[in-house]
Design a protein around this ligand. Sequence first.
Ligand code: COA
Length: 371
Amino acid sequence: MPRQTTGTSITGHGVWHPDNVLTNDELVAGFNEFVRRHNAAHPDHPLKESSSEFIEKASGIRRRYVHDKTGLVDPERMCPNIKDRPEDQLSVQAEYAVNAAKRALAAAGRHGEEVDLVVLGASNLQRLYPALAIEVQDALGAHGFGFDVSIGCSAATGAAQLACQAVRTGQAQCALVVVPELTTGHMNWRERDSHFIFGDASVSLVIEPTAKARPGSWEILSVEMLSKWSASTIRNNRGYLDRCDPETEHDETSKLFHQQGRKVFKEVVPMAETFIKGHLAKHDLAPTQIARYWLHQANGPMNQLIAKRVLGREATREEAPIILDEFGNTASAGSLIAFSRHNADLPAGSYGVMASFGAGYSLGSLLLQRQ
Ligand code: COA
């Protein structure tokens, strides 16, 4: 089979996260105090306490980076404190994107002025318009155009696919993918089932023609995307029509992240297995020929199981690295952060797969080869 390639490469990548670390113990102490106060006030509707042991065992998460922890652990608030900024200042999510973009551009040996496309992918967008990507484009002194992409936890791989296509067709020469996942804003910090899941971080990729890429870059051989409607397994109903139905306008629960975790686990594992195997088969590659799987970082045991089902045996930590123990689930940024943190040791010629799976359902996978 002739070697397939998009003729584009990841020439730089960078990760940024806020400095604040929130451990499971700190999180649980704040949550349990909230539960005690709630139960004292509402003995007829008692809530159950959370536990660090459960969180680590069920998810593999030990800590996460958060934008603000004062509000999250305040039992009277249970929400991050993030100040609104005046319209003439860089908005907070654009700042996340710029912080990671600067690192990715430095790694690629590029300047902002050389960028001619910004694709911003994130599971949550701070506003509807103007597009955050255009604000990032302006802050970096980039040219060309920018747009935002939203497909849940595959927003980053989807953004990478669009950037890759634009470079492949010659529409862009130096495309920037930015993934500012300020996820703590969408969580229901009062809900025991999900209060531990997410963390804040940002990641960025530079995508250029392979002909211009330096040794050590990662050539994108192909990108696969798949979506399949699932109405209520992972959902957040917040949107611009929020205020229009007086009966539901204050329904906080449905307008924050909510999921059926068990069902997601059960349904996504076989879907991801088939999807990744199918992608490799199109290149006549056996799963064991892939040196590294940078999988979506939602749940440690789920990643172990997917890697095992793809490989036909247990994967080592090197083959399928985990970053969620440190970062929590960073939504669509997870597989890109795993890639950025765990690729430097692989020799030229190595194959790697970056794969995402999440709300929608939506799945994305990039097959890469080191130059
Ligand atoms: N502390 C203590 N116990 C808790 C708890 C907490 N914080 N949260 C839930 N529990 C309890 C539940 O109430 C349940 O108790 P029960 O058996 O008495 O009813 C028990 O622990 C098991 O809960 P369950 O929700 O079935 O746990 P789980 O093993 O499925 O793990 C997730 C929960 C969310 C970690 C896991 O389902 C998951 O990560 N799924 C994949 C989700 C995913 O990929 N989402 C994509 C998002 S981008």
